[in-house]
Ligand binder design. Structure first.
Ligand SMILES: *[C@@H]1O[C@H](CO)[C@@H](O)[C@H](O)[C@H]1NC(C)=O
Ligand SMILES: *[C@@H]1O[C@H](CO)[C@@H](O)[C@H](O)[C@H]1NC(C)=O
Ligand SMILES: *[C@@H]1O[C@H](CO)[C@@H](O)[C@H](O)[C@H]1NC(C)=O
Length: 148
């Protein structure tokens, strides 16, 4: 009994400190007014509760970054979000425990373009992942109808 407990402690301490954050796509392309889903995946640890999870995502713009999403100890902090993204970001709570952060950004603007960074901090480690988003202007009057 004691041996197996010791083994478990050794195993979990080996696992801790290795948190990987990946992006499912390194770059996204979208059109103005459309929506997009940005996705990050990260290592989960079944021994820790979801309220040890902290996530901070931002768009790295000059002169200061714009906050897209903030999760503090498993709880979303909407006050942290930059006005630029207010009311335009939704996330999938269900897949978070599987280590998937899916952020749906709607009504895209051209100035949403840039490098997005997500920091994931947990009791078993921290890391970050980044991806590019390129929002292009809508091409108006592209499909002119040919008069008969
Ligand atoms: C991250 O990507 C690597 C390489 O593709 C993969 O082996 C690993 O399982 C991924 N980890 C997560 C948490 O997505
Ligand atoms: C981004 O564009 C929108 C309109 O398309 C504008 O209202 C907003 O002020 C712009 N934001 C920045 C940071 O330039
Ligand atoms: C964004 O997309 C447009 C249209 O595909 C392309 O011409 C442009 O080079 C891209 N910009 C960046 C920064 O990737």
């Amino acid at each position: 009994m004691i041996c197996s407990i010791l083994l478990l402690i050794i195993l979990t301490s080996c696992v801790s400190g290795t948190l990987v954050v990946n992006v499912t796509q390194t770059s996204y392309q979208a059109e103005e007014n459309h929506h997009i889903t940005l996705e990050w995946t990260f290592t989960t640890n079944p021994h820790t509760s979801s309220n040890s999870l902290n996530i901070f995502c931002e768009l790295l713009t000059d002169p200061r970054p714009s906050v897209l999403f903030h999760l503090h100890e498993g709880v979303e902090v909407p006050e942290s979000q930059d006005e630029q993204f207010a009311g335009r970001v939704q996330w999938d709570k269900d897949v978070l425990r599987e280590g998937r952060l899916r952020l749906h950004v709607s009504r895209l603007r051209t100035n949403d373009s840039g490098l997005y960074l997500c920091d994931v901090l947990t009791s078993y480690g921290s890391n970050s992942g980044r991806c590019w988003l390129n929002v292009t202007e809508r091409e108006e009057c592209r499909e002119n109808q040919i008069p008969i």
